[in-house]
Ligand binder design. Structure first.
Ligand code: FES
Length: 196
């Protein structure tokens, strides 16, 4: 995508870390980068730039925007393939009653299918869900296909942040406004021209 943003307005990515990986090697939690936003960015709560070029398939990176955790997940082909079959188990599979930019009102809830970007705050009472990428049965869900689990009151979300029936959370995880300014670089908190 063409750069359309004044470089002076870009703010830096906040502390980041990789918190998950699929399968063997899951315990390895490589640290990617750590930056601090400018004072102006913090004061304004303005857009932040996130570069996830080093994020491997299955991993998640966490950044911060307006004091909120933002999850960036590099989804595997297997994680994407399972999304349609989960629809019958979800409360809002088509995101008709959830909050996201228009470009994310689709089954993968993102601009690029392989990357999901969402607010890491449970839509029930605001806890931070855990990213559990393994597509194997879990104590809280025997049919688990990877996603986010909120341990506060057992809300479950798939890897597109779509909430499962039976969860106390009523809507899908929020997708923030964002735009690509490179293959694996986005500005969070800003939409591309024409996307508003
Ligand atoms: S805050 Fe997540 S389930 Fe209640």
């Amino acid at each position: 995508m063409t750069e359309k943003v004044n470089a002076n307005r870009r703010n830096l990515l906040i502390a980041t870390s990789v918190v998950g990986a699929i399968g063997v090697g899951f315990a390895a939690v490589p640290f990617i980068k750590s930056w601090l936003p400018s004072e102006r960015a913090k004061a304004a709560g303005g857009p932040v730039e996130a570069d996830f070029s080093k994020l491997e398939a299955g991993q998640m990176l966490q950044v911060s925007w307006r004091g909120q955790p933002i999850f960036i997940v590099h989804r595997t082909p297997e994680q994407l393939a399972v999304l349609p079959e989960l629809n019958p188990r979800l409360k809002d599979p088509l995101s008709e009653h959830s909050i996201q930019p228009p470009f994310a009102k689709n089954i993968h809830r993102s601009l690029k299918p392989e990357y999901w970007i969402g607010v890491g705050i449970c839509t029930h009472l605001g806890c931070s869900p855990k990213y559990i990428p393994e597509m194997v049965p879990q104590p809280f869900d025997e049919q688990w296909k990877g996603g986010f689990y909120c341990p506060c009151h057992n809300s479950r979300f798939d890897v597109a942040g779509r909430v499962f029936k039976g969860s106390p959370a009523g809507t899908n995880l929020v997708v923030p406004p964002y735009m690509y300014v490179g293959e694996t670089k986005v500005i969070i908190g800003q939409l591309a021209e024409g996307e508003a």
